[in-house]
Design a protein around this ligand. Structure first.
Ligand SMILES: [Cu+2]
Length: 391
């Protein structure tokens, strides 16, 4: 299980310099890693990814995949498990046929899609018994992003705290990913992280209150962290799960040398916009109450069918005593304000609905196909799902 230990894995420690366009070679720093196996690429250009009991390519987390926005990801999944599997690209607004197709043991499946949005995503197997099968997918912006370092930190699981090296006055892009089925709070000692993106989509930048942020299951948050402390400082990045106290997940380790620049960078501009709509038409929207956990329909009928381009507003109603996590496939949604139809200044693909609470979300159903609407009880392997049809 990946949900028990408050630990983390440093997935990519890279030195992405200002305006650098070359993709830095990602490094996985984790316990037990020795030499990195080289990427297996088939003659037709597909990156081969093997589903094995220990994880993708036998690694936990699986290999870091990285492409540029607008370019094609080509993955050949080979199922070496004794049971069927399916790979899911969490948060990517991808073509329907590429999302979660079942693959029998010994069989393979070719995934190929052009990533429409830049951001921090992840991939994982569908099915509660395959929790070890997950990894990070980064889609790089076409425009240069003014950061000195770009690091992905996979939360949850086992492993010692990792060191993230910085120089004074550098700006770090820290990509946090929560692959577990529990909520994780992250705080960075003596720094003022700025939230730049949530669930892979740019947000209006805002300061994390008290230097801490919470990620529900499946959520990702991109932070900008300015290294404002003195050379040779060690500052912990700590995580806490539901009942546990904070434990160090990583350390910002300041180099013993001159600052990278005389002062930290100015307030960051928002990350480049994605292709998500600026507006939504709420008049004429399809409105539906969805009690949680979602009851899987016995007759395989969809929860709803909606014409492509129509706005969908869902009231997610949790009358249980435990929080429920809801994940919409193939779309990003807005979280609506409690009192009116305004929305929060960010997008989500997964939302934690607290016990006894109702949250309302809205999205434009612009991605044709049959999509999963999945629900998980917080801290439990229990998952239910239904689906909706856009066409
Ligand atoms: Cu997903």
């Amino acid at each position: 299980m990946t949900n028990r230990l408050s630990r983390r894995r440093l997935v990519a420690g890279t030195g992405l310099t200002l305006a650098a366009l070359a993709l830095p070679r990602p490094t996985h720093a984790q316990k037990g890693d020795r030499e990195r196996p080289s990427e297996e690429v088939a003659p037709d250009g597909f990156r081969v990814l093997r589903a094995r009991p220990g994880g993708y390519d036998g690694r936990l987390p699986g290999p870091l995949l990285r492409i540029r926005r607008g370019t094609e990801l080509k993955i050949r999944l080979i199922n070496e498990l004794p049971e069927p599997t399916a790979i899911h690209w969490h948060g990517i607004r991808l073509p329907n046929a590429m999302d979660g197709a079942p693959v029998a043991p010994g069989q393979s499946f070719d995934t190929r899609f052009t990533a429409p949005d830049a951001g921090t995503f992840w991939y994982h197997a569908l099915g509660s018994a395959q929790d070890r099968l997950h990894g990070v997918l980064l889609v790089d912006e076409l425009e240069p992003v003014a950061v000195d370092r770009d690091v992905a930190l996979m939360l949850g699981g086992a492993g010692p705290p990792q060191d993230i090296l910085v120089r004074q006055n550098e700006r770090l892009r820290l990509r946090l990913i929560n692959p577990t089925n529990t909520a994780i709070t992250v705080r960075i000692d003596r720094h003022a992280p700025r939230v730049m993106a949530i669930d892979g989509q740019p947000a209006e930048p805002f300061a994390a209150r008290g230097g801490a942020i919470r990620l529900g299951p499946g959520n990702r948050i991109d932070l900008f962290v300015d290294a404002v402390l003195e050379p040779r400082t060690r500052a912990p990045i700590e995580t806490a799960e539901a009942q546990s106290g904070f434990l160090p997940a990583a350390h910002l380790v300041y180099a013993d040398g001159p600052p990278a620049r005389t002062a930290p960078l100015a307030e960051p501009a928002p990350l480049p916009a994605s292709g998500l709509p600026d507006r939504m038409e709420f008049r004429g929207a399809l409105k539906l109450d969805v009690p949680l956990p979602i009851a899987a329909p016995a007759d395989r009928a969809p929860l709803f069918r909606v014409a492509r381009g129509r706005t969908v507003m869902l009231a997610l109603i949790n009358r249980e005593k435990v929080a429920q996590s809801v994940h919409v496939h193939g779309h990003s949604f807005r979280l609506l304000d409690r009192l009116d139809d305004g929305w929060k200044p960010f997008w989500l693909d997964t939302l934690l609905v607290g016990p006894g609470e109702t949250e309302r979300i809205a999205f434009v159903a612009d991605n044709p196909g049959s999509w999963r609407l999945a629900c998980a009880t917080l801290g439990s392997p229990e998952r239910t799902e239904t689906w909706f049809a856009v066409g």
